[in-house]
Design a protein around this ligand. Sequence first.
Ligand SMILES: [Zn+2]
Length: 376
Amino acid sequence: MMLSTLELAIELISRPSITPHDAGCQSLIANHLQSIGFIVETLRFGEVDNLWVRHGQTEPLLVFAGHTDVVPPGLLKQWQFPPFTPTVHEGLLYGRGAADMKGSLAAMVVAGERFVQAYPDHPGSIGLLLTSDEEGVAINGTVKVIDYLQAKGDRITWCLVGEPSSVNRLGDTIKNGRRGSLNGHLIIQGVQGHVAYPHQADNPIHRFAPLLKTLCETQWDQGNEFFPPTGFQITHLNAGEKVDNVIPGELEVLFNFRYSTEVTHTQLQAVVTRLLEQYQLNSKLTWRHSGLPFLTPAGTLVEVTQQAILEVCSYQATLSTAGGTSDGRFIAPTGAQVIELGPLNATIHKVNECVRVEDLETLATIYQRIIEKLLR
Ligand SMILES: [Zn+2]
């Protein structure tokens, strides 16, 4: 039975799939697609449900990727309608995940279904890659499915991630890349003592101050056509016990780089390490690299998506690499062209998350148009 995009979105939102739980979203989609000829593989890693669904055996392989998990609803009393009771009100569909990204999932499934029914013997393959671990640590999700696909020789040609990329109207923005993300945890060691006897102590805050200034003023790169310059932000700075007579013995600093493709994470690490030596700080520094940058410059996928949006919406989409990381970071290193296209992102992760009902159907039409342009 064919569901409308709205009906499927409602079914998905009513399943409270807070990370890492899938709450039956994937089986709903899998059963539906299996009944129209898709081959379904369920891939559970740790406590995370993942799904790989494919129609066709040959290349090129166009994959729609996304996540069934959602972030927690937050303060329930601030929701106009209960977050897991999808409600249509004044042309908007409300519910946790409406925009990020169950609306997109519904549009993908409907687009794939319509395409396969119209062109059952299409060339190439169409795939759907879903995880319930995107909003969390992302260890047992897309990254593991990609390992699995690579091991069995499935090579993704084009990948469209359904993250909510639109800013003011549906399809006005396509994400064709994301900045990398690198986290540092720095401990500056000093010597604790009485404030009245500073010569018997060594204040780590004072030690760090000149380096803090340098870190904040450094131009890491100039960015490029697709990326803004690399950014550095201190996210946590802590020393002392909130008293006024003790020089603290230690300073803890957390910081993050959002970096462009003009530098690598190892280059950034080397610069910070060199500065610590230059300022002669007694320190301990550990790193956590949370995402490589990726970039899909002009090419088939970007062009076809821009054309599809122009045909359906009558306006031109702009390319952007702004925003946080996404699962595109795990797919792009395989050599696939990766873009993100989805609904408006104004309400994502907020209370009263919503999507325009009209946009759901339009998004399905855009997705279907993209498939037709690539696999027909
Ligand atoms: Zn998302």
